[in-house]
Design a protein around this ligand. Sequence first.
Ligand code: ADP
Length: 554
Amino acid sequence: MPPEKAQDRPVPKAADVMDGLMQPRPLTIAHILERVERLYAHKSVVTAGAERLTYAEVAGHTRRLATVLDALGVPVGARVGTFASNTRRHLEVYLGVPATKRVLHSINIRLPAEHLEYIVEHAEDDVVFVDRGLLPRIWPIAGRLPLVRYWVVLPDGSDAEIPADSRILDYDELISAADPFAGSFEDTFVLADENLASGLCYTSGTTGPPKGVLYSHRSTVLHCLGTLAAGLIGLCESDVVLPIVPMFHANAWGLPYGAMMAGASLVLPGASADPVHLLTLMEAERVTVAGAVPTVWTSLVPGLRAHDLSATRFLLGGGSAVPPALSERYRAAIGVPITHSWGMTEVSPVGVIGGTRTQHRDADADEQVAVRAAQGQPLPLVNVRIADVETGRELPRDGVAVGELQVAGPWVAGGYYRVDAAGSFTGDGWLRTGDLATIDADGYLRLVDRVKDLIKSGGEWISSVELEAALASHPDVVEVAVIARPDPRWMERPVAYVVLRDGSAATADELLSHITPMVAKWWLPDEFFFMVSLPKTGTGKLSKVALRDAARIT
Ligand code: ADP
């Protein structure tokens, strides 16, 4: 008898379908807090070298914060804002707010006042925790935010003036006067839903008002486990993790929660992004894993060889494309490249991570560089596909077809907080990212450009990302951004804004001849502008919007 074919087997009846018999315990941030408290109490949390606490002390403060929030009458489900740098006090709020079923709204400290006002009001923050040094930045709009009942000041070594106002409270005073919550945070969740909201982050609002992404406990824990996966970021107990990326930038890419889940020590850089400060911290604390946007990695390059960074095992770069030349400069100087990661606030944020696989072991050096330049492979449980921008039809995974990147997964947004943004999702619920990418037969994703940054010249597309990578490979180029300039004949033409190394006399002609072998002739920029610095967004990325504004290109 021929073997039975799968399609000939009877479809199971509904009665044959049954639930598993495993405990339906929710996935929650409370578990991360209790885990770090029980297993890794002695491990350290260092803030900018000045303050060294253990997780036991941090968790102790968090237990007191739980009763403080109750005493202040902050309802379960209320949004609690933070306006703070990466410090241990911020970390305590990061844990205490969601572990007590409130929603942590980490606010970007570099937003302009009108955006700040919009998001604090839109989120209806009940209380905002603010670094003392940052109070002068947000207090001027406090009068227009009547829903915020309390502003709790986090001491940060600054002596910024604290206005006399009954709504302003001192964090350390509240914590030292409070009794610690004595129960189990995790047990308070046992009957609760893991889909409860845990955090809220607003996108930067470069294309309209900022939109809120509302994370759940479940999505946060799954994202955390995803980033812990060995072979990807693979955080482990022996790591010393430095999130340079701010805790308000999509939760510092999950690094703080991930470090605690794994039992790794944390090093928090505080308010300063000074390159020497960061390098000194990496050297002194023997940091093994750090994450930052490419502009920060660029700023550290001149000091790399002056510091002992031998403990480093993994550097994460994302938020915008990491030029391969930058990653290779790190590999040459300290033996560790920058591992590329693609993500967005809507993706918690890490969705894709780079690096080579066994199949690349024997590849030549250039091919390995090319593989590392790709954004990489999706994390477990994340699905990616590309679709034709006009028809929405899915495109082949052949490494050639370019389409809009769409993402689905348990830590990908399915909607925005109190806004109808149906256009951001496909009919079958995938997130439309606004990024253009290729996916190859091995599942590697390469980002070609953002839809809005792509340059359309004479009916053909030019990738600003590829041009920037080519220009960044010139040894004198420190930073570069390529944008489209309207052109009567070609519709748009590329122009490049370049920051050169101090003392360099490189000319436009020299840069052109450097990139001529790397790109098509008609891709060569029409003009070069040499700048002292380039404008950055609130999350430290190069701001093409600001460049276009400055060039009066809309
Ligand atoms: P925004 O920059 O809009 O404030 P996000 O920080 O969420 O918000 O940024 C998400 C966007 O950043 C992505 O859609 C993509 O365009 C860009 N991006 C993120 N990671 C990478 C990467 N590794 N390479 C290239 N672009 C990236």
